[in-house]
Design a protein around this ligand. Structure first.
Ligand code: FRU
Length: 435
């Protein structure tokens, strides 16, 4: 059995978005977009991992995979809820109009249609891909309601009166929009409205909408918003939402925060933990695979960030490392100390303007009231990717909590005011140096 500690990683080959993240019957379940056959994106399945503490993860066998005509080309992203003791999983079902001749895992000329489907599992361990699935929202025939191709990633929640679903979509591949559906039994769904906004990219992927501390927060992934010529034009953002659940009336501001200013993070998903905190996990996009030396997973690409608690204070959305995860690090490393770069470790520091840290070649410093990072020395010289990052101006002070593991550095600034997380390769050193 493949196990992970702290960061959930591809159990071999390819992983992208977290799906169906839920605390169910005393365990955390994370499903994820998986291509089990090669370290590349292809016909999507749902991988599955389970944890009792959000720290120790056990990979299980692939939970959801294509079996139906409507999902033959991919079980795309979605979410999960508990109802009557059962686990209800919702996903987008993809069917290509034709396959590419030389790679049947891709749609020829990008032509495909998407419907929404669900799978009910009695216990979160068995998933009947043959008898347990059902299509719940057909492919749209009216582009005013929904796009037949780019409508996906159902996020379902139990509301005050009924169940609700938010779906990512587009208007004519030009304007990001989201759709709402509602249901009394979580199985028969009825259209309940939509919202579009030109500031939210051409398509919105992986939308999420939740209440925390009395405020509604929207999180989602507008496509095509970073046009600086580098990879990852699609980015995960969040904003305080004006939302009325009864009639699904949504309004979003024209400006938003990035969920993570490292801009590698994508497809976040939230749910509540055992104590009722709102917790987020997300996919860390990796440009190249890693070859595992420790277990049987072989080549793997794609991992999750550390679980983060989402909190709203003074109109700002904070992402703080989950307290249980923080407690797992029994020792804290300070600037000037030695560290074992082969294992995860936690560095705490306060930076003054102009000062910085060098962690195995990854550099973090305070400049003009912001935090900046540079991974160019620990990124295999890869071109076309962002190597330097910056937070917006900080409200004041500069306290850092940095979580380091061989392929990922997560820099939490001022208790989650901003976060910069970056994929790295080949950290090298024994000491946390001051600069
Ligand atoms: C986001 C995404 C989703 C889709 C899935 C396919 O990364 O494109 O919109 O459901 O990945 O793997």
């Amino acid at each position: 059995m493949i196990r992970d500690v702290l960061h959930l990683k591809a159990p071999g080959n390819w992983l992208n978005d977290p799906n169906g993240f839920i605390y169910y019957k005393g365990k955390y379940h994370v499903f994820f977009q998986q291509f089990p056959y090669a370290p590349v994106w292809g016909t999507m399945h749902w991988g599955h991992a389970v944890s009792e503490d959000l720290i120790h993860w056990e990979h299980r066998k692939t939970a959801v995979f294509p079996t139906k005509d409507y999902d033959r080309d991919g079980v795309f992203s979605g979410s999960g809820i508990e109802k009557d003791g059962k686990l209800y999983l919702y996903y987008s079902a993809v069917r290509y109009e034709a396959e590419e001749e030389e790679n049947i895992h891709l749609a020829k000329d990008g032509r495909f249609v998407t419907s929404q489907a669900m799978l009910i599992s009695d216990d979160g361990e068995q998933f009947d891909n043959f008898a347990g699935k059902k299509q719940i929202i057909p492919v749209s025939r009216d582009s005013r309601t929904a796009d037949a191709r780019n409508t996906r990633d159902p996020k379902v929640w139990r509301g005050k009166e009924q169940f609700y679903m938010i779906l990512g979509s587009t208007l004519n591949d030009r304007t990001g929009r989201v759709l709402f559906y509602k249901s009394k039994d979580a199985q028969k769904w009825e259209y309940a409205g939509q919202y579009q906004n030109d500031a939210y990219g051409t398509v919105i992927e992986c939308p999420d909408l939740f209440e925390t501390g009395g405020a509604w927060v929207f999180a989602g992934c507008p496509m095509g918003i970073m046009n600086d010529g580098l990879a990852y034009t699609d980015q995960a953002v969040c904003a305080l939402a004006d939302f009325r659940e009864e009639d699904c009336r949504l309004k979003l501001p024209e400006t938003y925060q990035f969920i993570d200013y490292g801009l590698d993070l994508y497809a976040p998903q939230t749910n509540v933990d055992a104590e009722g905190r709102r917790v987020m996990i997300a996919w860390m996009r990796m440009p190249e695979p890693v070859v595992s030396g420790e277990d049987e997973r072989g080549e793997w690409i794609g991992m999750m960030c550390l679980p983060r608690v989402v909190e709203v204070s003074d109109g700002h959305i904070y992402f703080r490392v989950h307290p249980q995860v923080k407690q797992h690090f029994t020792s804290v490393v300070s600037p000037g100390d030695e560290a074992d770069f082969k294992e995860p470790f936690y560095v705490r520091a306060v930076l003054e303007e102009g000062r910085g840290l060098d962690i195995g070649g990854y550099r973090i410093w305070a400049e003009d009231g912001c935090i900046r990072t540079d991974r160019s020395r620990v990124f295999r010289g890869l071109e076309g990717y962002r190597t330097t990052c910056c937070t917006p101006p900080l409200k004041g002070g500069c306290k850092l909590d940095v979580f380091v593991e061989p392929n990922l550095i997560e820099v939490f600034v001022n208790d989650g005011e901003y976060v910069i997380s970056n994929i790295v390769y080949g950290l090298d050193g024994t000491m946390i140096k001051e600069m």
